[in-house]
Design a protein around this ligand. Structure first.
Ligand SMILES: [Zn+2]
Length: 46
């Protein structure tokens, strides 16, 4: 398993459009691929 980036371990994820193995698109972290949860505050980096 890949090591989780330090910033992600600190909870500083970089959110952006992601897609899972089924091709389903979702908003998640571009580094660790964590999905956002309902109500989660996200700042989308351009
Ligand atoms: Zn992350």
């Amino acid at each position: 398993m890949a090591k989780k980036p330090l910033r992600c371990r600190l909870g500083w994820h970089r959110w952006g459009p992601q897609h899972d193995e089924n091709g389903e698109r979702y908003l998640g972290c571009v580094r660790c691929h964590k999905r956002t949860e309902p109500g989660m505050r996200t700042r989308i980096a351009a």
